[in-house]
Design a protein around this ligand. Structure first.
Ligand code: FAD
Length: 576
């Protein structure tokens, strides 16, 4: 008997209920446009809730000289000239509006004594322009968005896994998926779709990402619909992720731990930053510390489990408890480790996807009519390095703009599109997987892919390793034929893992193919065989499965913004 199929129709479907998806849904609901938001995990627990440090806008409350132009200049500088100046302008110019929207929804920002929103340094910013809510900015932001969406009665389904976008003749007309609890199917017809399903950092073994999130779903869903990817190779690695426990590998140890005086030691007890940045030592930039730790581990001076030591035990206990309470608590909870006495074993961890789906700067529309992509799923703002605090503001700015664009697109349609063939293909792809009774376990293949990406496309890459990575991906693609899928009384997670793996494989292939073509070292992308920056590669790399990688030129930076660009030290500033 065929499973039950829910058939729903709306004007705009939002896939993803993290910060970006909810912001877009709010825009639509406030405009009176019918909207439905779906996610594959509880809304309050979306990846966005992990964000800690803050959200940027040149409000000029703490530093009155700040301007959106300076914010734009800092963003472009930090991107190693790979950010799209038009996207940067849209975000920085609209950032203050994004913060005021959050205030309106009830977000509890930290405030100065005069009542204005407080702003602090966060990474390589010229001025203090990061608004925050303690160390829980993402959690508070997500709470405020959920509460406002609830006030507006935005319908949200948080157990629906979207497996395919429905497309006919180059235009999207909805999505297909299944319920993670009972396996029932969802056929959602919509005039437009906003894809807000996160990035692809979980395809590495260690990641700061939420478990089972950021598996590259956005990449696969968009590409299979006919969109392209941009700069998939540009992934930010954070220097300090936990090694254990295995199911939380990569969980962040805040960079504040180094800021407060924590020292990095290799397994020989050497304070190895002296070799890489003797002036700044542990206060060096994020990419340099990640590269230094990686090199120590690679050259055999790491711990037996492949990490280095972050030692805080020389600091007064009081300092740790008052200045680093979250780090102290996390280590107690995850490892029963008292960091006032024992060092922490850490290694670089995949933290943020700077590349993503190719979108237009003005409204984040794509190559597919009616399909918009936002948040970590999209590309254009960060280039080869992300300025701390810029991703949260991007969610707010483009959430509003894509909401408006999708509403206008829907209003302009003369008829609703349908395609029985596209729907049939979506049904069949789930049926086929459910019938798979091979012997290979999906979790084991996922693990192999994550090891492969860590080995061959981690902090440092080279041509031979990337080619080996591509061979490994091809082999895993073949092995997909021999998997078994076993939903049980506890739900359809096993089926979800197969789709996660399909997405992860596509994201891995795109990452590796682009990384091969970027034969230079720039920002987060370190090529051992091409250690210098190549001015000819000041281009974006655009990928699709058929034609592989092509180069895309960037527009010039406006002269008034270019004049403000300069190197900004991140020393002594929070950078997460
Ligand atoms: C530890 C940590 C700290 C950070 N700190 C900061 C910070 O201080 N400042 C800052 O600016 N940024 C920070 N970031 C980055 C920032 O949090 C993220 O980039 C941002 O929250 C991403 O939001 P999003 O809406 O794009 O995606 P997400 O929040 O990842 O939401 C994705 C949504 O898509 C859904 N989804 C995915 N696939 C499917 C599918 N197939 N079907 C249905 N639903 C699907 C998920 O369930 C989820 O609801 C931090 C990140 C981490 C990990």
């Amino acid at each position: 008997m065929h499973p039950r199929e829910h058939r729903l129709a709306t004007s705009v479907l939002v896939v993803g209920t993290g910060g970006s998806g909810l912001r877009a849904a709010i825009e639509l609901a406030e405009a009176g446009v019918a909207v439905l938001a779906v996610g594959k995990r509880p809304t309050a627990d979306a990846h966005t809730a992990l964000a800690a440090g803050g959200i940027n806008a040149a409000l000029a409350t703490t530093d009155p000289a700040d301007t959106w132009q300076q914010h734009a200049a800092d963003t472009l500088q930090e991107s190693y000239l790979l950010a799209d100046p038009r996207t940067v302008q849209v975000v920085t110019q609209n950032a203050a509006r994004g913060i005021h929207d959050l205030e309106r929804y009830g977000m509890r920002f930290a405030r100065q004594s005069d009542g204005k929103i407080a702003q602090r340094y966060f990474g390589a910013h010229t001025f203090r322009r990061t608004a925050f809510a303690g160390d829980y900015t993402g959690l508070e932001l997500q709470r405020a968005l959920i509460e406002h969406a609830t006030r507006l009665s935005v319908p949200v389904l948080s157990t629906v896994y979207v497996t395919q976008l429905l497309v006919d003749d180059g235009a999207v007309f909805g999505a297909y998926g299944f319920d993670l609890v009972d396996g029932s199917r969802y056929l959602v017809h919509a005039d437009a779709v906003i894809l807000a399903a996160g990035g692809h950092t979980r395809i590495w073994r260690r990641t700061s990402s939420r478990r089972d999130e950021n598996t590259g779903d956005s990449f696969r869903l968009a590409v299979e619909a006919g969109a392209r990817l941009r700069d998939a190779e540009l992934v930010q690695f954070h220097p300090s992720g936990l090694l254990e426990p295995e199911n939380a590998a990569g969980t962040l140890v805040s960079e504040a731990a180094r800021g407060e005086g924590g020292v990095l030691l290799n397994n020989l007890g050497e304070r190895f930053m002296a070799r890489y940045d003797p002036a700044r030592m542990e206060l060096s930039t994020r990419d340099r510390v990640a590269l230094a730790s990686y090199t120590e581990i690679k050259e055999g001076r790491g711990t037996p489990d492949g990490g280095v030591w972050l030692d805080l035990s020389h600091l007064p206990r009081e300092t740790i408890l008052t200045r680093l309470p979250r780090v102290y608590q996390t280590l107690l909870e995850l490892q029963m480790r008292d960091i006032t006495r024992d060092p922490i074993e850490v290694a670089p961890t995949a933290h943020y996807s700077m590349g993503g789906v190719w979108v237009r700067p003005e409204d984040h529309s794509t190559d597919v009519s009616g399909l918009y992509v936002i948040g970590e799923a999209a590309s254009g703002l960060h280039g080869a390095n992300r300025l701390g605090g810029n991703s949260l503001i991007e969610l707010l700015v483009y959430g509003r703009l894509t909401g408006q664009a999708a509403a206008a697109y829907s209003a302009g349609l003369g008829a609703q599109r349908r395609s029985a063939d596209a729907v049939a293909r979506a049904r069949t792809s789930i049926d086929t997987l459910l019938a798979a009774d091979g012997t290979l376990n999906v979790r084991a293949l996922q693990r192999r892919l994550r090891d492969l990406m860590t080995e061959h496309a981690g902090v440092v890459r080279d041509e031979a390793g990337l080619d080996a990575g591509l061979d490994g991906v091809a082999s895993l693609e073949d092995q997909m034929t021999y998997i078994g899928v076993h939903p049980d009384i506890a739900g359809f997670q096993d089926l979800a893992h197969v789709f996660d793996l399909k997405s992860a494989l596509l994201a891995a292939r795109a990452t590796l193919e682009c990384a091969v073509e970027r034969r230079e070292t720039r920002g987060c992308h370190n090529r051992a065989d091409y250690p210098d920056l190549d001015p000819n590669l000041q281009v974006n790399l655009v990928w699709c499965p058929g034609s592989g990688v092509t180069r895309e030129a960037l527009p010039p930076i406006p002269t008034d913004v270019a004049a403000l660009m300069h190197d900004v030290s991140a020393e002594g500033k929070l950078v997460e």
